[in-house]
Design a protein around this ligand. Structure first.
Ligand code: FAD
Ligand code: FES
Ligand code: FES
Length: 1489
């Protein structure tokens, strides 16, 4: 036992218990190696431990709160319930307590495969383009891996798996990806099942009708079955099987002797067990066993003598003495990380390693023999106890009642991480056998007489869910409570949490928005608890919750089980549960409810319970309403009316109720009951009801196409080469900033951030930080005042707050310490005194206070040029005015901002690794704060885990602050911001408000547009002015308006400083355009599509910034092609039919065009790029360019360009990183111009080299390999290094120049596209699903279609999130309320369009396109097309409002959240639920647009 433990305050109280705990060592396995850690750091989660190990950086930290899945690992363990069968649990390592791994086998992404020998699943996701930035990828791989491993049935020797199971049963609901739009990941999983598992899948109905049969399979295989049916799969007996798919020697009861061997593993005393039949644990090389193919894609091919891959290199020859024969010798051979598909008959054939299940990691036999022992470890501050039986647990609680019980830790760890709860004594209870039992009757008679379902307190929720499903299937409708519980559990958190979290944890937390508590309450459940003092006692759930997060459970007691009553057969009882959240999957409820009613034989209410979450500070029953309807006849509509009126009174929410959404919550409380009433009518056969009133929105399995036709394909350019790092990303080998190995003497930084939105700093006491473990502290005093300022365009922001803080989260200082945990604890200890100042948060408040940054830019066209807009409006038949608001958007790149600064001992130079899109600004500002010239600072980026504009400027701040500390300490400094820190400090997409006035003719010709555009810049300017410029220049989208006057205003507020985000103001501007177009169409009663077509630009028209639309204007063609291909007209008619027939569900369809201008519009100097290409004497080529890789595949495209130009295989070229020492003055990788600018610079360098190599090509022949040519040139002393450079011609718009003849174009060209989306909306809840989306983009001649499809799908889904789901909210004190995946929802796997088709415009010549390979920038343009979902939803609403006789125009702000949608329906329930503010009363949260 560690001696430090004895200094713990609780030690003496616990000493007698601890005394009997034998172990302070955690014994487990990690990727096949044995690990024994004695007395580990008691603050460590599993993730902390894993990431502390060398070579195990594949498991990522994305949020630290269980909301993103980046940290997913698999726990391989024995399933006691399944008689010793091996199960695989995906878990969130960021929450999982390290103590929980005892006796388990932890598998991380590194345990599956590596780049040389990837697991077939990793290979598939890589080759089928399922990984862009790759930060989410290991987590997704692990979630899928768990599904696959669990699908194996060791007795039958087959896999029971279907794409339906993967997609529809919540296996991926705990994983987020911000880049891909999920479609290719699902495609990879699907082909793994259909191709890799081919021949190994369970036959029969299972695969024929996935939906039904999977359920059946689950029921059949669930181990609790009491009766043995003849067709039942036999229960696996405890046989010590290692769980190897494909057959363990013990699966069929053959016991063989186990052997073990040792294998060293870094940092651990470890051993590699062999499998039980003596073969190694690790995979043999699957790739050596042939391959399988996936041929779902279709592109044309072109033969060439130079292969696309397969470069060879010559030996280095340094003198004339060596002859050229030497050059033929092969020194080394590389290959692309993921080779491109081979082609046969125009169809690319992907080659995949076959799946060899026998090579999977097995459960180490030694773990089976590990004795189960009680464990205790810790230090003077924190003790961990792991009892193994209830007695031990009760002893602990008696000795130290406040000891914190920890089950799945999904609440506890969140409290530790975000509320800094110390939990000085923590007790891991999930290994206490007595708390795990789920009692199911064995015999038929028992089943029939069953009165209670008893669930072990800490049984994992996934098992509770399965048990409910099995039991409900057996008991039928009388057990509707179990079906209700199953339904709640299906949408409870993410799979990784459900795999470990418990019912006791849910109940004991007593959260007012718990999903299970209403079910338990409605069912009349009982909590059974036990303590040493009181023995076993029962607490009815009805009195269990006593106040907000407070229960009646005595402090020294342990919940042992929860009993749910099951009504007797024949009872006319129905129990249903409902949950409404911002997102269907993995989200906490806004309102959650469970209702039970029992009717007598005449249909009168005998008993009822209406339990609600989200309507009060704790789970409550609507007691008045229950009383009111008792004794009433259920199917009598007056009962319904009375219940609704009573509920309306009973839930008398104030407008400013904590949590906000008063009207929505109240309306939901009514709507959910309304649905229940109807469901009961149906279930108890009391009458007929409209079925779409009682069915919730359900999506089906997704499908979709990419057209995969690229007639412009060349030897390398135009090929669908997978992202060059995809395999590294899939195997966890790809390195991000925080994965760079620990540096000697490295320190870790943690920001001290303002806790006020606007205040004077009276004093900062940083001394307590040193008591908490800080090594040092830096703030404004650490640098000269003149150096403490930065900004991309205008230098107006201090690195460290000076006298005032201007935003919640603004950095005041930084503490650094030996570890991140210490640094964060120390930063929390810093005390700051403030004096509050007035706070401005919203655009309206800024306008009122005239709080603006200097901007003053305007666009004028037509009458505006001579200030006679009034005249223009006078000529209009109709004038429409309105205000359009669109909220901000968090980037939610999976990798938060991070930097590592390594100071050199010499000359003040520093290496700055930063997760940045902008090496130049990083270099310049680090030079500024460290007082050296730029040439001493090497800013480097390997890759980013997503960026989307969020790392264009804001990344500079953390890099510079670290540099200040690194200079001071002369030690390396690292920091990766926590998710909440990142969201609070680094800014978001700008919220925008547009006040517009549009004049038209009566037949719908646009005549005049006058608009004031406001964006919420936050507390500093950053790039807000430029964002405003782009917003204004996209305010007409694709429509010609003769007279335009647009004025931009940049509002100064006390929110974080908003910044670039994919689209850079364009999506906000175009949203306003489509909003006023909608207003005009409805005002004039013209179909919106007709209005759009009528006003589309034509060649030769002028934009409001006086740029001529050239002949590459393809929007009309795109609209027509999309209309046809998506069957738009027919579907529009179908939607109208559907809406005419359905009252409670409405559909909508919308076709939206986009034109997006390419170039750094008004920062003309940024439209330049450099590249450096070096050909080594062996023929290998090193490429550097100024662009950074953030997942968008820029390096892949640049390699393709260089390979094409130099006539070499693509794998002859290597891009290591982006570094300011190789390319000076690189523009940020932004504005979708990465390929345009850098591609041309690369080409320019290649042109120079080709010129120099010309004589050698002539000498050795044009098909001679580069190794021969380069070698010959080297020997002749030819310079084989070239610096390429390019600046964009033609552009150079000058604001204020209104002379059509002299004004230069703002944009180099326009990327154009059209999307059609169709949606279905549930009017009772505001939930929706996207039924289908078709996108067609004009991408020019794509350099890499696979990457471009990926950009389109990913951008669309991001846009869909922007316009429908992602809502940023502040509290009244200016604290960002939505600052993590728990509160800020981005689209998940099940939000993408059910059918998702993407195609490219074909058959046009692009005469005016002068870009690299005639391709077009694609990163940003498709994002706006996500608005097609918004406008489809709006049109569904319009239909609903018509039904409700609402005539007035619907001004719908973005995002169209479920709340906004529900509140716009205008039905009677809404009227009942509407909550009006009292005088001066304000909403709890603030939206700042
Ligand atoms: C990302 C995320 C999503 C979530 N989504 C949902 C959701 O959709 N719906 C929902 O309702 N909740 C949700 N939660 C909350 C949480 O997952 C649940 O409350 C879960 O049931 C907690 O179980 P646990 O075993 O992890 O509890 P723990 O965190 O281990 O413990 C929670 C509390 O229960 C106590 N406790 C545990 N076991 C016992 C016992 N045997 N006796 C007495 N006290 C005990 C602990 O001391 C602690 O106070 C979510 C949480 C996260 C982090
Ligand atoms: S890092 Fe663990 S879920 Fe996000
Ligand atoms: S690839 Fe999924 S987050 Fe980037």
């Amino acid at each position: 036992m560690a001696s430090d433990l004895e200094n713990h305050a609780a030690f003496s109280a616990l000493a007698h218990v601890i005394h009997s705990f034998e172990e302070d060592t955690l014994h487990f396995y990690l990727n096949g190696s044995r690990v024994d850690i004695a007395n580990p750091n008691p603050n460590w989660t599993l993730l902390d431990f894993i990431r502390s190990q060398h070579g195990l950086k594949g498991t990522k930290l994305g949020c630290g709160e269980g909301g993103c899945g980046a940290c997913t690992v698999v726990l391989q363990t024995v399933d006691a319930r399944q008689n010793g069968r091996i199960k695989h649990l995906s878990v969130n390592a960021c929450l999982f307590p390290l103590v929980g791994v005892i006796g388990k086998h932890v598998i991380t992404v590194e345990g599956l495969g590596n780049v040389e020998h990837p697991h077939p699943l990793q290979e598939r996701i890589a080759k089928l383009h399922g990984s862009q930035c790759g930060f989410c990828t290991p987590g997704i791989v692990m979630s899928l891996y768990a599904v696959i491993r669990n699908a194996y049935d060791p007795v039958m020797g087959v896999f029971s798996l279907s794409d339906h199971e993967v997609e529809m049963n919540g296996h991926l609901d705990g994983n987020l990806c911000r880049c891909t739009g999920y479609k290719p990941i699902l495609q990879a999983a699907r082909t793994f099942i259909t191709e890799d598992l081919k021949g190994r899948l369970a036959a029969g109905p299972l695969m024929k009708d996935a939906k039904i049969s999977i359920d059946e399979q689950e029921l059949r295989s669930f181990p609790y079955s009491s009766e043995s049916r003849s067709d039942e799969i036999p229960i696996v007996k405890s046989n010590g099987s290692c769980g190897r798919p494909g057959g363990c020697c013990r699966d069929r009861q053959k016991l063989e002797t186990l052997t073990t061997t040792n294998n060293g593993s870094p940092g651990t005393e470890s051993s590699l067990e062999t499998s039980c039949d003596g073969r190694g644990l690790f995979s043999s090389t699957p790739s050596s066993r042939g391959s399988t193919t996936s041929d779902g894609e279709n592109i044309a091919t072109e033969e060439s003598k130079i292969p696309i891959a397969g470069a060879t290199y010559a030996r280095p020859v340094k003198s004339r003495e060596s002859n050229l024969a030497g050059a033929e010798g092969i020194k080394a051979q590389t290959s692309l990380d993921a080779l491109p598909p081979e082609h046969g008959d125009g169809v690319p054939q992907f080659s995949f390693s076959p799946y060899v299940p026998q090579t999977e990691l097995v459960f180490p036999p030694r773990l089976r023999k590990l004795p189960k022992s009680a464990v205790c470890y810790g230090d003077s501050k924190k003790i961990w106890l792991r009892p193994i039986n209830l007695q031990q647990l009760l002893d602990i609680k008696q000795a130290f009642p406040s000891a914190k019980l920890v089950g799945g830790a999904s609440e506890v760890q969140v409290e530790v991480r975000f509320k800094n709860a110390p939990f000085a004594v923590s007790v891991y209870v999930s290994d206490v056998q007595e708390l795990q039992t789920i009692h199911l009757p064995e015999k038929e008679e028992e089943l029939q007489s069953m009165t209670d379902f008893v669930i072990g307190a800490n049984a994992p929720l996934t098992e509770v869910e399965s048990a409910c499903k099995v039991l409900y299937a057996k008991l039928g409708p009388r057990a509707s409570v179990l079906e209700a519980a199953r339904k709640q559990l299906r949408y409870f958190a993410g799979r990784q949490i459900r795999n470990v979290a418990s019912l006791a944890g849910n109940v004991a937390t007593a959260s007012p928005i718990s999903d299970m508590n209403p079910v338990l309450m409605a069912a009349g459940a009982t909590v059974t608890a036990q303590s040493k003092q009181a023995g076993v006692f029962r607490l009815p759930i009805s009195t269990f919750f006593v106040a907000y997060r407070t229960t009646s459970l005595p402090e020294d007691a342990v919940i042992t089980s929860i009993s749910i009553p099951i009504p007797s057969s024949g009872a006319r009882e129905v129990l249903k549960a409902y949950k409404q959240a911002k997102r269907k999957d993995d989200d906490i409820a806004i309102v959650t409810a469970a209702f039970r009613v029992r009717l007598d034989s005449r249909g009168f209410v005998e008993d009822t319970c209406l339990a609600y979450g989200g309507m009060a500070p704790m789970t409550v029953c609507a007691k008045e309403t229950m009383r009111a309807i008792c004794g009433k006849q259920w199917q009598d509509s007056r009962t319904l009316d009375e219940a609704l009126r009573s509920l309306q009174k009973e839930f008398d929410l104030r407008f400013g109720v904590p949590g906000g959404m008063a009207t929505y919550r109240k309306t939901l409380s009514l709507s959910l009951f309304f649905r229940f009433w109807h469901e009961v009518v149906v279930d108890l056969k009391l009458g007929h009801v409209d079925t779409n009133l009682i069915t919730e929105i359900h999506r089906s399995i997704s499908s979709g196409t990419r057209d995969n036709f690229n007639p412009h394909e060349q030897r390398v350019v135009g090929k669908q080469i997978p992202h060059l790092s995809a395999l590294k990303q899939n195997t966890g080998e790809a390195e991000y900033v925080d994965d760079i190995p620990h540096q000697e003497r490295e320190l870790y930084g943690a920001l001290v951030m303002s806790k006020k939105a606007h205040a004077k700093i009276l004093g900062v006491d940083w001394r307590p930080a040193f008591d908490a473990g800080a090594v040092g502290y830096v703030d404004k005093h650490s640098i000269p005042k003149a150096a403490n300022v930065w900004g991309s365009i205008v230098k107006d922001e201090p690195f460290f707050a000076e006298e005032e803080v201007l935003c919640h989260g603004q950095p005041i200082g930084m503490v650094y310490a030996e570890t991140s945990l210490k640094a964060q604890a120390a930063a929390r200890a810093v005390h700051v005194d403030y004096d509050d100042l007035p706070v401005i948060l919203t655009i309206d408040e800024a306008i009122e206070a005239k709080s603006f940054f200097k901007h003053g830019k305007e666009l004028k066209k037509g009458s505006a040029l001579n200030d006679s807009m009034d005249e223009a409006f006078k000529c209009c038949d109709r004038i429409f005015e309105g205000t359009t608001r669109i909220g901000g958007q968090e980037h939610f790149y999976l990798e938060t901002n991070a930097a590592l600064v390594i100071p050199s001992k010499e000359d003040g130079s520093m290496e700055v690794w930063s997760s940045t899109q902008n090496t130049m600004e990083t270099q310049e500002f680090v030079a500024q704060v460290t007082g050296v010239p730029s040439n001493r600072i090497n800013a480097r980026v390997k890759r980013m885990g997503g960026a989307f504009g969020g790392k264009e400027s804001r990344s500079v701040q953390i890099a510079c602050i670290l540099a200040i500390a690194a200079k001071k300490e002369r030690r390396p400094m690292r920091c990766m911001l926590n998710r909440d820190e990142d969201m609070m400090t680094t800014g978001q997409r700008h919220p925008v408000q547009v006040r517009w006035k549009v004049g038209t003719t009566s037949d719908g010709r646009l005549i005049a547009l006058d608009a004031d555009v406001y964006n919420n810049a936050g507390y500093s300017q950053d790039m807000s002015g430029a964002v405003m410029d782009r917003c204004c220049t996209h305010l007409e989208n694709c429509y010609e308006i003769p007279h335009v006057h647009i004025r931009g205003h940049v509002c100064k507020t006390n929110t974080h400083s908003n910044t670039a985000f994919r689209g850079f103001g364009g999506p906000q501007g175009m949203f306003a355009a489509e909003s006023y177009m909608t207003a005009v169409a409805e005002g004039l009663n013209i179909p919106i599509d007709e209005l759009r077509t009528k006003n589309l630009y034509k060649e030769g028209d002028l934009t409001p910034f006086l740029q001529k639309i050239d002949e590459d204007w393809h929007i009309p063609m795109l609209i027509e092609q999309t209309r046809k291909e998506s069957a738009y007209n027919e579907r529009l008619a179908n939607v109208e039919d559907f809406n005419a027939q359905n009252k409670w569900k409405k559909r909508g369809i919308a076709m939206i065009p986009t034109k997006f201008g390419l170039s750094f519009a008004t920062a003309v100097h940024l439209n330049q790029a450099g590249a450096s290409v070096k050909i080594y004497a062996d023929g290998s080529i090193l490429l550097h360019h100024g662009g950074t890789e953030m997942g968008q595949g820029l390096h892949t495209k640049m390699v393709q360009v260089a390979a094409q130009e130099l006539g070499v295989p693509a794998d002859a070229i290597y891009v290591q990183d982006t570094t300011s020492y190789q390319v000076a003055n690189a523009s940020p990788t932004a504005a979708s111009s990465g390929s345009d600018l850098n591609g041309m610079a690369v080409k320019n360098a290649c042109d120079q080299l080709n010129e120099r190599l010309k004589p050698y090509r002539e000498k050795y022949g044009y098909s001679a390999p580069m190794k021969t040519i380069a070698h010959g040139a080297y020997l002749d002393r030819v310079n084989l290094t070239a610096n390429g450079y390019w600046k964009m011609p033609k552009i150079g718009y000058q604001w204020g120049n209104y002379d059509v003849k002299t004004v230069k174009p703002m944009y180099y060209y326009f990327t154009q596209g059209v999307a059609v989306s169709e949606v279905e909306l549930d009017l009772l809840t505001g939930d929706h699903t996207v039924l289908r989306t078709d996108i067609k983009m004009d991408v020019g001649r794509s350099i890499n279609p696979a990457i471009d499809y990926g950009q389109i799908e990913g951008a669309f889904v991001q846009g869909q999130g922007l316009y429908t789901m992602e809502e940023t909210l502040w509290d009244r004190n200016g604290l960002l309320a939505t600052r993590g995946p728990g509160t800020y929802k981005i689209p998940g796997f099940s939000d993408i369009p059910q059918e998702f088709n993407v195609s490219f415009l074909q058959g046009v010549p692009w005469n005016h396109l002068r870009s690299i390979q005639s391709s077009k920038g694609i990163g940003e343009p498709p994002l706006f097309l996500g608005a097609s979902v918004f406008f489809a939803l709006r049109s569904a609403l319009v239909s609903a409002r018509k039904d409700n006789n609402l005539q007035e125009y619907l001004a719908l702000d973005s995002p169209a959240t479920a709340e906004r949608l529900r509140l716009a329906v205008g039905d009677n329930l809404l009227k009942l639920g509407t909550v009006m503010p009292e005088k001066g009363e304000k909403n709890f949260f603030i939206a700042v647009a």
